[in-house]
Design a protein around this ligand. Structure first.
Ligand code: FE2
Length: 291
């Protein structure tokens, strides 16, 4: 009997590994997997490894992140802008972070860190375009569907995270990311993803970044030929005796005041939501799931 149940996927065989390379004809950066099965597993799990491109100066970015631990780091004095930006110590988990969206990078980050963020912009766009290509949604609709992100607009955050082990809370409580794509470089274990109701470790793989899909990307591919999964994940509580876990996190997000559109493969609108409404719904569900 035919069922509509999703084919079970597991992480036992390890996460798929992708790479980005320059397409000779278009000059565009392209995401590629070794086999179609690898791509399939990445889309179904909602997470995969990306070979760190040679042009990315990860050592410098990691050094910048590690300097933030020192109490006299001048970057800890960056002011807070609203709830999301600035040097922020969160109360409901162990994360302490310097978080800035793209328009503030130049003002507050050293030039090479801003450049690092621009390289991640390029990777984020390459991943978005790969998702759209697989979705069958006509290219003329990609920009509108993603609120402009797939052509270099939208919102991007480049955040430097460490964990306050004096707080016994979770590193990060279980959640899905709300945006399109998250790019992560972590220096120590702790990340876990939920697969078939159980949490599995995502090991640190030297020379690789971790990419995961978020709810906004799931939403805009929902009526296409190939939807992505927004993977539920968490970071286990970090202890003072653990190696220090630094994270560099890039979020490719829609603009908070924008719209998201769902298209099918014929380019017809199947649904839409303001980003504000979608995020409010996700927040409500997240709070309910914790109670
Ligand atoms: Fe997350």
């Amino acid at each position: 009997m035919e069922t509509c149940r999703r084919q079970a996927v597991s992480v036992n065989e390890g996460l798929s590994i992708a790479a980005v390379s320059c397409d000779e004809y278009s000059g565009e950066q392209r995401l590629s997997f070794d086999t179609p099965e690898d791509l399939d597993r990445a889309w179904k799990l909602g997470i995969f490894y990306l070979k760190t491109p040679d042009y990315l100066d990860l050592d410098r970015a990691r050094q910048f992140g590690s300097e933030l631990i020192s109490a006299d780091s001048p970057h800890r004095r960056i002011p807070q802008y609203g709830e999301l930006e600035g040097f922020i110590a969160l109360e409901n988990n162990q994360q302490t972070k310097l978080a800035l969206s793209r328009p503030r990078w130049e003002q507050h980050y050293p030039a090479e860190i801003t450049q690092f963020g621009r390289w991640l912009d390029g990777i984020g766009i390459a991943i978005m375009r790969a998702v759209f290509r697989q979705s069958g949604i006509p290219e003329a609709r990609w920009d509108r569907a993603s609120g402009g992100y797939s052509s270099g607009k939208g919102t991007a955050f480049l955040n430097f995270v460490h964990y306050d082990t004096r707080n016994p809370d979770w590193g990060l409580h279980p959640h899905t990311d709300y945006g399109f794509v998250t790019i992560l470089d972590a220096t120590a274990p702790g990340l876990q993803i939920e697969v078939n109701g159980e949490f599995d470790d995502v090991p640190v793989r030297p020379g690789h970044l971790v990419i995961n899909f978020g709810e906004a990307l799931r939403f805009i591919t929902e009526h296409s030929d190939r939807a992505v999964t927004a993977v539920r994940h968490r970071v286990v509580s970090q202890r003072a005796t653990d190696p220090v876990r630094h994270g560099i996190v890039y979020f490719a997000n829609p603009d908070l005041d924008g719209m998201l559109w769902q298209f099918d493969v014929r380019g017809e609108v199947k649904g839409s939501s303001s980003v504000e409404d979608l995020f409010a719904l996700l927040e409500k569900n997240l709070i309910q799931s914790r109670n």
